[in-house]
Design a protein. Structure first.
Lengths: 266, 245
């Protein structure tokens, strides 16, 4: 949200500045400016003459700073990808956990033995990961067309059509590119919220998230069930509890009974 | 004698432009405005504006734009609007009225004593068409060796990390929930015995409480079968971070 807000305010400021330079900021005007193209008088960063006037050598003193400025948004978006991947991973992890309630199926582990399944994927299934990656790729591309490093070589066509007579470099930006980036970014955040709020975690098991204490609490199976991890497992009532009048819940390869509402389980 | 003779460089240059005019591309006013009004001009170089007004001289005006801040500046297409500044210079409006495009010229420059007078604002000339010098495409690839080296080094490090993760997995790692369940079933955690319904929120609350007193009833409360939203899988603090980002 912060990234989007900053982008929108930058776009607003940029459009104001375009307008004050007399550039057409209507929809058709912005389309004409296109993406990834340098608009004269509309540059950011350290815009410098890169030619050493004494030797005529190109020195690009501003290259490093300008490349950093132009690519900073890419770094931020990469960090956001990790954040979103983490969010969806936690969601799928809880869904996988809850799926064990009364339903026997194999454990999904890194090194499978017995009836266990191998991981195949870490946590995110393809139907979630592919769209996420695709949108991220589009966002990275759109940003590369919104804020970019630019090097301008002038070609002198005066009398003899002589060589380049000066070079400048800096950071260019494109309003259309920025609008596309903001649209993709907003769609991404919206989809993420939709996935998180509309998807359901089946009831039954306590939500353990990735908390090891909560996971371990569900892993006190019946004593006879030593080979349980290699077999098909389900979670539910497995027998009498430690306290009077309670029942015990755990993972087991044997029969598990449903829990009853209001019951006390240990 | 042409009045441009008094400028040693540009005088012959303008003459040369006129001499080469036959090789230039003929653009109608609309195409010409679009080509020269769009920021950096990369497909055309010099341009001659040809008027269909009756004129006394063959060169009415010239404007150098080679180098410095003038490069790529498209203000000259707005010269007909007066002032030549960008304020009020809207290319779309110019293009829409391309048939009425005018540009200032100087009808009288040569003084009686054959010396040239300083420029003065003068009348507007209607532009019939442009003669533009098409430029060959100029492509080159720039490679910054230090930056390339950094990129290569980063990728090598990444590759090494991937290989270590792929080949070095001799120990049983805890990657999935299944790994954790297997581990806890094989070696039960004695501290959580008797907390059959312990959930992450309870643990979170307990570890954050000052007394850290064991929650006697936590995880042993009455059971409710409730389907939860996906967002229940994520802690509030994490939601906050994600939403801020």
């Amino acid at each position: 949200m912060l990234a989007l807000a900053v982008s929108v305010s930058l776009l607003g400021a940029g459009l104001d500045s375009l307008k004050s330079s007399g550039i057409d900021t209507s929809a058709s005007g912005l389309l004409r400016l296109g993406v990834g193209k340098l608009i004269f008088e509309q540059t950011l960063g350290y815009w410098a003459d890169s030619t050493d006037s004494s030797s005529g050598q190109q020195i690009y003193s501003s290259l490093g700073a300008n490349i950093l400025i132009a690519n900073l948004p890419q770094l931020i978006v990469s960090a956001l990808y990790l954040l979103y991947n983490d969010l969806l991973t936690r969601l799928r992890l809880s869904v996988e956990w809850a799926s064990f309630y009364l339903t026997a199926h194999p454990l999904r582990v890194s090194v499978p033995q017995g009836q266990q399944r191998s991981t195949g994927f870490l946590q995110l299934p393809l139907w979630l990961n592919v769209p996420l990656l695709a949108m991220m790729a589009c966002l990275h591309w759109a940003i590369s067309q919104s804020i970019f490093y630019a090097l301008v070589l002038s070609v002198n066509y005066s009398v003899d059509g002589g060589p380049t007579d000066f070079t400048v470099d800096g950071v260019g930006w494109s309003p259309l590119g920025l609008i596309i980036s903001i649209a993709i970014g907003a769609a991404l955040v919206l989809l993420l919220w939709l996935v998180c709020f509309l998807s359901k975690i089946p009831g039954g098991m306590p939500v353990a998230r990735s908390c090891s204490a909560a996971i371990s609490a569900a892993c006190h199976g019946p004593e006879w069930d030593e080979e349980a991890p290699q077999k098909l497992l389900a979670w539910g009532v497995v027998g009498r509890g430690v306290a009077e009048g309670t029942q015990h819940t755990a993972f087991s390869s044997g029969d598990v009974q449903p829990l009853s509402e209001g019951g006390i389980y240990t | 004698m042409s009045c441009f003779d008094y400028v040693p460089v540009e005088g012959p240059f303008v003459q040369q432009l006129q001499d080469n005019a036959t090789t230039y591309a003929r653009l109608d006013p609309e195409t010409c405005l679009k080509a020269y009004g769009s920021g950096y001009v990369s497909t055309y170089a010099n341009v001659l504006l040809v008027t269909n007004n009756t004129v006394s001289r063959n060169v009415l005006n010239w404007r150098p734009a080679n180098g410095g801040t003038d490069l790529g500046s498209d203000t000259w297409v707005c010269d007909g609007l007066g002032g030549g500044s960008r304020a009020g210079c809207y290319l779309n409006a110019l293009v829409a009225n391309a048939a009425d495009w005018t540009s200032p010229g100087y009808s009288v420059i040569l003084a009686a004593n054959e010396s040239c007078l300083p420029y003065k604002a003068d009348q507007m000339y209607h532009i019939d068409h442009c003669l533009a010098q098409a430029t060959p495409e100029f492509c080159s690839v720039f490679v910054s060796v230090p930056l390339l080296a950094v990129v290569v080094a980063c990728n090598v490090i990444k590759l090494v990390c991937l290989l270590i993760a792929l080949l070095g997995l001799r120990l049983n790692p805890l990657i999935t929930v299944g790994d954790a369940v297997q581990s806890f079933l094989s070696r039960p955690d004695t501290t959580t015995v008797g907390f059959g319904l312990l959930d992450a929120v309870t643990i979170d609350r307990w570890t954050k409480s000052r007394t850290r007193q064991a929650p006697v009833l936590a995880g042993q409360g009455p059971w409710r079968p409730q389907t939860r939203r996906g967002s229940a899988a994520i802690s509030r603090r994490r939601w906050l971070w994600c939403s801020i980002g």
